[in-house]
Ligand binder design. Structure first.
Ligand SMILES: Nc1ncnc2c1ncn2[C@@H]1O[C@H](COP(=O)(O)OP(=O)(O)OP(=O)(O)O)[C@@H](O)[C@H]1O
Ligand SMILES: [Mg+2]
Length: 465
């Protein structure tokens, strides 16, 4: 995948205007020779925007054919590009038969403050994919207790929408996506690792419930969609490090061997892109420390070392990305994580993120008619944080007194009241609040928000107790 380039966009209409002004001359002056039109600079100026098309489960169409049809459709419709869905054209029977939805992504990198990219500024990059309907394939470790790993075929229905649902500020998601794209490109082009060094290990660390595991899964899903032209098959293997080491070490030895044998088999197929997710990677570090200090049977040293050697070996395969998470924010002393190229801190949600998380919850409850009771509630769209802030800064007289604005002010209050709650707690809050309202079958959004603020305060006080 080529990476979008950073360019200054030049509006061709501006260019025209400046030419006309340059060309203004005195009436009596002799006519200047006609100025040639400016050279076509557009191709250099275009920004790459992803357009993702999800095929219907029933579709058997060829991906290339669907991609070509969507490219044609985009060419014919002079769209403006903003993140979000675009309708599947009803007048195109091939697309309506095969495509479930089409979504534009990544435009927010290029525009701010509700601006949109216009069709002539954009080179759409169309990704067509079909979701795997299979759930995780679980590996039970024999005694029917904790499984050592789960495996998914990507992109999976289970992770659909996860990327969009995760809200972080500071461009974390884009940074991860670009990083992985560069790592895969370097590998694909065979860049000499002795000359330019990089690896494919990502560590996300931070407090509990901040979305680290979800972000790893969502990133794997997104990459499986964006790179399907190169890797038509993708798998995600989630290693349960905790279960590996909560057992007797002699058992663990066998489990580690079995696990890596399985991963190695996947990796040998060069069209496969394999994501290995090791959650709570600190449990490996703790196991190694215990092994080295001699407080564990000598067997354990062998197991931990075997695991690290296997990880090192895996790291050299070009088609593997290792995703790790940890709740420990201090440096983790563990060989392969030491060398992670991206160590990103994932902190508790900021005010803006809290507002957006709660807004998405509320919007879902409105969509599903759990919150209603006034007219036109079905079509109620709450403004996002930026537009809500803009409106708040307007003089009071010009502010809307309509429902969406009024509710968004209340929502902001709720987001403020939730300082200290994790993303996980925030996503549960609307449910807890609903259980606390007096009339759950006739729930007015404004009343609901007031209950939610009380619930948040109660949750926070329990947290501090
Ligand atoms: N920034 C966020 N934006 C949206 N949702 C979030 C965010 N952070 C957490 N969540 C929600 O919280 C839930 C838990 O997230 P997840 O399990 O990924 O957190 P975690 O950081 O891995 O937690 P732990 O450290 O306890 O393993 C997810 O279902 C996700 O929807
Ligand atoms: Mg986690």
């Amino acid at each position: 995948m080529s990476t979008p380039m950073e360019v200054t966009l030049q509006n061709p209409r501006d260019a025209d205007i400046s030419n006309q002004q340059d060309g203004v001359v005195e009436a009596s002056a002799p006519l200047p020779p006609p100025t040639p039109p400016p050279p076509p600079v557009l191709s250099e100026c275009k920004v790459l925007v992803s357009v993702e098309a999800c095929l219907k489960p029933s579709s058997t169409a060829r991906i290339d054919d669907v991609r070509a049809a969507i490219e044609r459709m985009l060419e014919n419709r002079n769209l403006s590009y903003v993140d979000g869905p675009i309708p599947v054209p009803l007048d195109d029977p091939f697309l309506t038969e095969n495509v479930e939805r089409i979504c534009i992504g990544d435009t927010d990198e290029w525009v701010q403050n509700h601006e949109v990219l216009l069709f002539w500024q954009v080179k759409p990059v169309v990704h067509v994919f079909q979701l795997s309907e299979e759930g995780p394939c679980e590996d039970l470790s024999g005694d029917g207790q904790l499984s050592t790993f789960n495996e998914w075929i990507l992109p999976a229905r289970e992770f659909d929408g996860m990327w969009e649902s995760l809200i972080f500020e500071s461009g974390l998601k884009q940074r991860l996506l670009r990083y992985a794209a560069s790592a895969l490109l370097f590998t694909e082009k065979g860049v000499d690792p002795f000359l330019v060094s990089w690896n494919r290990i990502i560590l996300l660390h931070g407090p509990p419930g901040t979305g680290k595991t979800s972000l790893c899964k969502a990133l794997a899903q997104k990459l499986s969609i964006r790179f399907n032209y190169r890797y038509p098959q993708c798998q995600l293997v989630e290693v349960n490090a905790h279960s590996l080491f909560s057992k007797w070490f002699s058992e663990s030895g066998k489990l580690v061997a079995k696990l890596f044998q399985k991963i190695q088999e996947m990796v040998e197929e060069e069209n496969n892109l394999v994501f290995v997710l090791i959650d709570e990677v600190e449990s490996l570090a703790a196991a190694r420390k215990a092994a080295l200090s001699g407080s564990e049977p000598s067997d354990s040293i062998r197991v931990v070392n075997a695991l690290l050697t296997q990880m090192d070996k895996l790291k050299s395969s070009p088609n593997v990305i290792i995703l790790t998470t940890s709740n420990i924010t201090a440096a983790i002393d563990i060989a392969f994580v030491d060398r992670a190229d991206i160590k990103a801190y994932v902190g508790p949600p900021t005010l803006q993120a809290r507002y957006e998380i709660l807004r998405s919850c509320l919007q879902e409850l409105i969509r599903k008619a759990i919150l209603s009771s006034f007219q036109d509630c079905d079509n109620l769209i709450l403004p996002n944080y930026t537009s809500m802030k803009e409106k708040l800064n307007m003089p009071a007289a010009t502010q809307e007194v309509q429902t969406p604005f009024h509710l968004s002010k209340q929502l902001l209050e709720a987001a403020e009241a939730c300082e200290g709650l994790s993303g996980r707690a925030l996503r549960k809050l609307p449910f807890l609040a609903h259980a606390a309202v007096s009339d759950p079958y006739n729930c007015d959004p404004s009343r609901f928000l007031r209950t939610m603020i009380d619930t948040a305060k109660r949750e926070l006080s329990e947290l501090h107790d």
